[in-house]
Design a protein around this ligand. Structure first.
Ligand code: ADP
Ligand code: MG
Ligand code: ZN
Length: 604
């Protein structure tokens, strides 16, 4: 990139230089070797018969005259400015001087007057256009900058990816389709148009996309979302059009938009001067996605680590309708990733990948690749022949220190707290009737706020919930906090989100559903209306007295307190199970639902 720029600047520099030289030469040649004299002097010379011949031009008179020189009288060329003088011709005739008229060379003059500046302007224009536009054709701004990786250069396969097995499984289907699109379309099958890879940075989203291309052996157009967004309005949209047009020519192929959030931020989020350009680009992307047909074999893939800020229109069916979660690896996944990256380094016999995986909770794939690399560098610096466990451990320590600053890695005590907290939820959920089954408990941090999570998935869609179900849910929510209370002397801030949710449930029970005996069958709150329909914006004036308000608060508190007591009772009974399973969870980091049930029944 930089090189081509330099190459282009040189001839233009030469051109300017040549112009200057020509200019100088020109003025040198035309430097008057004639002697400049005043018109009066000319008239005197004429009177003295010293003028030999004269050429009259429009603005000056040139000619030859006898003048005093180094060696006495000499014939010299002279020039004088022409003055309005009706007598001139008569005088010249009187003194017998031959004279002639001369028209100025208008062609040359106009050449200099018009063409030269024009040339200069054009030169300067080209110069700047080349600096702005990339490449010799400066009409290429609207061309997409997507890099095409030809099939033979794609050497990434699914074997290079580990620890994200669920994502890999899902993407294998896409590969199958790209390899043999006819097989699918013959049966009338429809493939997702867009596959969105979602997950924290460094977990292997880009790597997975490359693996899909490498496995399916089709061209891979890769572009970053930020590369669409440019200074000039309309350029991004033109690039999107161009990208899809190029991709269609190469079908079957993959278009991969990395960092989609740079482009696909929800429109209209920014109240101060919306970003027109980005909006246009996004609209164009939506239009193209609607327009193209997966039957032709173009699959759009994108990656983001901030799905929550994406424009909802992007996530609608028919667009990015398949979401693949690429999450942080668990202990087994980390071991596999370490093994993949260690293939390229020489290892000493004492390296134990299982132990290393145990030392790296919270690490993502990129961190683990970094561990191997750091360790190899360390070993080289120490003059070792192979990378030993000692170097691995030191590399991990260094990286942990870096990650702790970014608060991505928890210390031991934090991990313990999170393990007990999550198990608190899970055990309560297992004990209360009709609770949604627990799918898995994990202490692998996820997202920004959640340090761990308990995944409960309803077995069926629910439209109505009974009072007891709501109370069970409340109790489960408080289980995390209760487990902390029972185990540690202090409670942590980790339960904040749970408390918010619990309070919301209790408030709805009292104010909306009429589920509190004390308050009776009165709905104190209507379904919330959209803001713009409210008559008086921002004034949520309660339709009840202050006294009622106080009673409502008391009821909410009572419901939450009762649920808290209930959770406490359940977990006190199960404290031994809690302790036992917490140890296992700390070791394994993830426990699946079935296994949890088994462990609980064994420990109980
Ligand atoms: P993302 O796009 O999710 O931010 P990348 O795919 O760019 O992450 O990952 C960066 C690097 O980290 C990869 O090139 C690879 O070396 C390593 N890496 C990340 N995740 C994995 C994984 N699951 N398996 C193997 N290597 C991984
Ligand atoms: Mg990436
Ligand atoms: Zn919780």
């Amino acid at each position: 990139m930089k090189q081509t720029k330099k190459k282009l600047r040189f001839p233009i520099g030469y051109l300017l230089l040549a112009l200057c030289v020509a200019f100088l030469l020109n003025s040198l040649i035309t430097i008057p070797r004639e002697i400049k004299i005043d018109y009066s002097e000319f008239k005197d010379l004429l009177a003295e018969d010293r003028i030999k011949e004269v050429t009259i031009e429009k603005e000056r008179i040139t000619g030859k005259a006898l003048m005093a020189g180094d060696k006495g009288e000499e014939e010299k060329a002279f020039v004088t400015i022409r003055v309005e003088d009706p007598q001139l011709i008569a005088d010249l005739r009187q003194h017998g001087v031959t004279f002639s008229g001369k028209r100025e060379n208008t062609l040359l003059n106009s050449l200099i007057a018009w063409v030269l500046p024009l040339l200069l302007i054009v030169g300067i224009w080209i110069f700047f256009m080349r600096r702005v536009g990339r490449g010799p054709e400066f009409m290429s701004v609207g061309r997409s900058k997507a890099k095409i990786l030809p099939e033979d250069q794609l050497d990434v396969t699914f074997d290079d990816v580990a620890g994200v097995d669920e994502a890999t499984e899902e993407l294998k289907e896409v590969v199958e389709f790209l390899r043999n699109p006819k097989k699918f379309t013959q049966l009338g099958g429809k493939l997702p148009k867009g596959v969105l890879l979602v997950g924290p940075p460094g977990c292997g989203k880009t790597l997975l996309a490359k693996a899909v291309a490498g496995e399916s052996k089709v061209p891979f157009f890769s572009i970053s979302g930020s590369e669409f967004v440019e200074m000039f309005v309309g350029v991004g949209a033109a690039r999107v059009r161009d990208l899809f047009a190029r991709a269609l020519e190469k079908a079957p192929c993959i278009i991969f938009v990395d960092e989609l959030d740079a482009l696909g931020k929800a429109r209209g989020i920014n109240p101060v001067g919306g970003h027109d350009e980005r909006e246009q680009t996004l609209n164009q992307l939506l239009v193209e996605m609607d327009g193209f047909d997966t039957k032709k074999g173009v699959i759009l893939m994108a990656a983001t680590n901030r799905p929550e800020i994406l424009d909802p229109a992007l996530l609608r069916p028919g667009r990015f309708d398949r979401h693949v979660l690429v999450d942080r690896p668990d202990i087994k996944g980390r071991q596999a990733i370490l093994e993949i990256h260690a293939k390229e380094v020489k290892l000493a016999k004492d390296v134990d990948f299982a132990a290393l995986a145990g030392m790296t909770p919270g690490f993502v794939g990129a961190d683990l690749a970094n561990v191997i690399n750091e360790a190899a560098l360390l070993a080289a610096r120490r003059g070792e022949k192979a990378v030993r466990m000692a170097e691995m451990e030191e590399a991990i320590e260094r990286i942990v220190a870096g990650l702790e600053k970014k608060t991505r890695v928890m210390n031991k005590q934090e991990r313990r707290i999170v393990a007990y907290h999550e198990l608190g939820h899970a055990l309560v959920a297992l004990s209360v009737p009709n609770a949604d089954p627990v799918q898995k408990v994990s202490i692998i941090p996820r997202g920004i706020a959640a340090l761990g999570y308990t995944l409960q998935r309803p077995t069926e869609d629910r439209y109505l919930m009974t009072k007891s179900e709501l109370i069970n849910r409340l109790t489960t929510l408080l289980g995390g906090r209760v487990a902390e209370e029972l185990t540690f002397d202090e409670v942590s801030t980790g339960a904040q989100n749970d408390l918010v949710k619990a309070t919301d449930i209790a408030r709805s029970m009292v104010k909306e559903y009429g589920m509190s005996e004390a308050m009776g069958l009165v709905a104190f709150e209507r379904n919330r209306q959209p803001l713009y329909l409210q008559t008086a914006p921002f004034s949520s004036s309660p339709e009840y007295s202050e006294e009622t308000s106080r009673a409502i608060d008391a009821e909410i508190k009572r419901i939450v307190d009762e649920a808290h007591q209930r959770a406490r009772k359940i977990l006190t009974k199960k404290k031994k199970v809690l302790d036992k399973v917490a140890q296992i969870l700390l070791e394994k980091e993830v426990i699946q639902g079935d296994e949890l049930k088994r462990l609980v029944s064994e420990a109980g």
